[in-house]
Design a protein around this ligand. Structure first.
Ligand code: SDX
Length: 432
C-alpha cells in the first residue's frame, strides 16, 4: 500500500487554490492524488491514452521504462526467465511470494487436474467455421466459460474467485490448443496429466492420434519461457480492460474475455503476428531501408511492428531474453540461418542507429522476436496472439483479484472533454 501523503502540490484555478496530496510509491514516480479535484475545482483532467495517469494502486508488476526494467513482485524478469518456470511465476503473481516446494507441488497438481474442459464445450467449438481466426474462437470460448462454470462466477465469494482463477490458468492452454486443432481440421487433443504445463500445451497442439508425439524438451523450455515473459505487464491496454470490466462486478470469465478481445489489436498483442508478417514482407536485408523510410512517413500508416512502446523508452527487457531464446531454438533446430531472423537482426541494427528511432526512443519490444520462435516451433502466425493471451491470463486474473479485494474499489467511469453541439431545441421535420 502507498504511504499516506506527507506532501502536496498547490493548484491555482482562478480565485481557487487546491492542495493535491502527493502519494509516494515503493518504486517509480510520485503520484498526484486528484480524486477531489472535480469536487473542489470543478475541472476535469484531460489525458487521452492515459500517458500520465495512474489508474490504480498495485503490488504486482513494476516497469521502469527508462532503465528497461520489469519486476514481477520485485523479481527481475531475466532472473525469473532463467531460473524459474511458468507455473511458479503464476503462483508468484497470484499470491505475492515465491512458493515453498510443498506449496508449488500443491499448486501444480491443482492446475494439472483442472486442464480438461466441460465435454459439452466440444459442441461449442464445433459451432465455429473452420477458417475462423483462433483468436475469435478463444475470445468466444473464454466468454462462454461463464455459461459452463456457474459455480465460480460469484465474485463476492473468495472460494469461487479462487476456483475461477485455477480454472482459467489451467484451461486456457486447452482452449488455445483446441482452437488450433479445430482451425486445422484435426481432432481435439485432450490434456495429459503426466506432462508439465508447456509440454502439455505443445502435445495438445501438435500430436495426432495415429502416432506417438514426443515433446522436444528444448522447445517446451522455450515455450515455458515465452509464457513467463508474457505473464503480466502492469496496466497495459488489455489489463486495464479487465480491470474496467471487473469494476462493474462482471464475472471473471467475462472480464478475461474482454481482455482477450483487447489484446487482439495489432497495436497490442496482435503485434507479434503483424511483426512476423512484416519481416516476411520485407523478405531480404536489402529491402530494409525502404521499410524504415515508410515507417517514418507521416502520410503512411505503416509502422515497424514489434518496435516502440508506451512505457519502454529503452530496450524491452523481454525482447532481449526473446532474442537469445530465438537464437538458441533456431540453432538447436538447425535453422540458425533462418532468413527471417537475419532480416530481424539487421532491421534492429539499422533502426537503432537511425536518428528517427533514436530521437523517438523506439526499440524492439516483446513482439519483435517472439514470432520467429513460434514460427520455428511450427505455429502459424494466427496462433501467436492466442499464445500471448494464454500467458497473459495469469496477469489479468492476478490484477482482477487485486482489484476485487481492494476495499476502495469503485466502478471505473471516466469523464470527457465535450466539444459537441451546445443546447438546442428539436425542430419538426416539416420545419427543417
Ligand atoms: C505490447 O502496454 C504494454 O505494456 C503492452 C505490452 C504488454 O506486455 O502488455 O508490452 C505488449 O502491446 C507491445 C507493443 C506491441 N505493438 C507494436 O509493436 C505496434 C508498433 N508500435 C506502435 O504502434 C507504438 O509504438 C505503440 C502502440 C506500441 C506505442 O504507441 P504510443 O505510446 O501511443 O506512442 P506513439 O504512437 O505516440 O508514438 C510516438 C512517436 C509517434 O511519432 P510522432 O507522432 O511523435 O511524430 O513514435 C512513432 C509515432 O509515429 N512511432 C513509430 C512506431 N511506434 C511509435 N514509428 C514507426 N514505427 C513504430 N513502431
Amino acid at each position: 500500500m502507498a504511504k499516506d501523503a506527507d506532501r502536496s502540490a498547490t493548484l491555482s484555478i482562478g480565485e481557487t487554490t487546491i492542495d493535491l496530496p502527493i502519494m509516494s510509491p515503493s518504486l517509480g514516480p510520485d503520484v498526484l492524488d486528484i480524486r477531489k479535484l472535480y469536487a473542489q475545482g470543478d475541472v476535469f483532467t484531460f489525458d487521452p491514452g492515459f500517458t500520465s495517469t495512474a489508474s490504480c494502486e498495485s503490488d504486482i508488476t513494476y516497469i521502469d521504462g527508462d532503465k528497461g526494467e520489469l519486476l514481477y513482485r520485485g523479481y527481475p524478469i531475466d532472473q525469473l526467465a532463467e531460473n524459474s518456470h511458468f507455473l511458479e511465476v503464476c503462483y508468484l503473481l497470484l499470491y505475492g511470494e515465491l512458493p515453498s516446494a510443498q506449496e508449488l507441488n500443491k499448486f501444480e497438481t491443482l492446475v494439472t487436474r483442472h486442464t480438461m474442459l466441460h465435454e459439452q464445450m466440444t459442441n461449442f467449438f464445433r459451432g465455429f467455421r473452420r477458417d475462423a481466426h483462433p483468436m475469435a474462437i478463444v475470445c468466444g470460448v473464454v466468454g462462454a466459460m461463464s455459461a459452463f462454470y456457474h459455480d465460480s462466477t460469484d465474485i463476492s465469494d473468495a472460494h469461487q474467485r479462487e476456483v475461477a482463477t485455477v480454472r482459467l490458468v489451467a484451461k486456457l492452454p486447452t482452449i488455445v490448443a483446441w482452437a488450433y486443432n479445430y482451425h486445422t481440421g484435426r481432432p481435439l487433443v485432450y490434456p495429459r496429466n503426466d506432462l508439465d504445463y508447456a509440454a502439455n500445451f505443445l502435445h495438445m497442439c501438435f500430436s495426432v492420434p495415429c502416432e506417438e508425439y514426443k515433446v522436444n524438451p528444448i522447445l517446451s523450455r522455450a515455450m515455458d519461457r515465452i509464457f513467463t515473459l508474457h505473464a503480466d505487464h502492469e496496466q497495459n491496454a488489455s489489463t486495464s480492460t479487465v480491470r474496467l470490466a471487473g469494476s462493474s462486478g462482471a464475472n471473471p470469465f467475462a472480464c478475461i474475455a474482454a481482455g482477450v478481445a483487447c489484446l487482439w489489436g495489432p497495436a497490442h498483442g496482435g503485434a507479434n503476428e503483424a511483426a512476423l508478417s512484416m519481416l516476411r514482407e520485407i523478405g531480404t536485408v536489402d529491402r530494409i531501408p525502404e521499410y524504415i523510410k515508410k515507417s517514418q512517413d507521416k502520410n503512411d500508416s505503416f509502422r515497424l511492428m514489434g518496435f516502440g512502446h508506451r512505457v519502454y523508452k529503452s530496450y524491452d527487457p523481454r525482447a532481449k531474453v526473446m532474442q537469445e531464446t530465438a537464437k538458441e531454438v533456431l540453432e538447436l533446430l538447425g535453422v540458425e540461418d533462418n532468413p527471417t531472423l537475419q532480416v530481424a537482426q539487421e532491421l534492429e541494427k539499422i533502426a537503432l542507429s537511425d536518428p528517427y528511432f533514436i530521437e523517438k526512443k523506439l526499440y524492439p519490444n516483446v513482439d519483435f522476436y517472439s514470432g520467429i520462435i513460434l514460427d520455428a516451433m511450427g505455429f502459424p502466425t494466427t496462433m501467436f496472439t492466442p499464445i500471448f493471451a494464454l500467458a497473459r491470463t495469469v496477469g489479468w486474473i492476478s490484477q482482477w483479484k487485486e482489484m476485487i479485494a481492494d476495499p476502495s474499489m469503485k466502478i471505473g467511469r471516466p469523464r470527457q472533454l465535450y466539444t459537441g453541439a451546445t443546447h438546442r431545441n428539436y425542430v419538426n421535420v416539416e420545419d427543417r
